[in-house]
Ligand binder design. Sequence first.
Ligand code: MN
Length: 292
Amino acid sequence: MKTILIGAASDLGIHIDGARLAPKMLLNDLASFYQGESIILEQDNSIIKSRTLADKRKNQVELQRYNENLYKTVKKYLEEGYFPITVGGDHSISIATALANSKKNENIGMIWLDAHADYSTFSTTESGNLNTLSLAAINNYKCGELGSFHDGNFIPTKNTVVIGVNKIAPWEKENVKYSGITVFTMEDIKKQGIEAIMNQAFAIASEKTNGIHISYDLDLLSPKVATGVSIPEENGLTEEETMEIITNILKQVDKITAFDLVELNPTRDLNRKAEQVAVNILAKTIMAIEKK
Ligand SMILES: [Mn+2]
């Protein structure tokens, strides 16, 4: 299958700057290896970001405007028969990519790999960073307005799986509970092993669906390995475990219809290790999709 690398150069979903710099860097790193097409959607540089803690809808208008454009772009490539691999940007860009995937394929599942559940709502978010609402928005759980540009099905909660959660606030836990999505914590991964968790996730996400969206947040990596994300969490994965997850995803490559890699923040990536892991993930994924 032909791939398109889409750089989603936005960090409007978080008060910390830097994630918007990742696509250009990663596409550059891949240039000698990748022969396919690519495009970068830049964030409007006249935007002055809101960073006030009290603002629970930080940069909402700008974020929705950016995501509407990204949504249209991803949808267009899907319609033309490409497999979109989107490189973020902060995790809010997945609202656009996942809903575009859902629009094209009508009924899809979601596997969200992340140290956070990204399941806050406008009233429960502590930071007011809208990337903390990303997955809830994709499920139309109390904040579907973040996907107001979308005129199709949202992704059903019964086909939505989060893997790797390390930190969850009590009120976010309540949202997760009422929504009906499935969550596997980092502890579950350590207990059951990566392969067992990935098999369960694929079974849930593929049940009566036409495809699966993969959204991979680099904050799953332990900060002991790599520091290059905006909000790192302790007890993350090793580099080997990270690649084992990708191997397990690519074993089921026929089921996946789009892939996002998000949250690399080059300004925090002290030893450039997160960048290196990101390149490895992308290279492996590109090769598998091209054979598909
Ligand atoms: Mn995330």
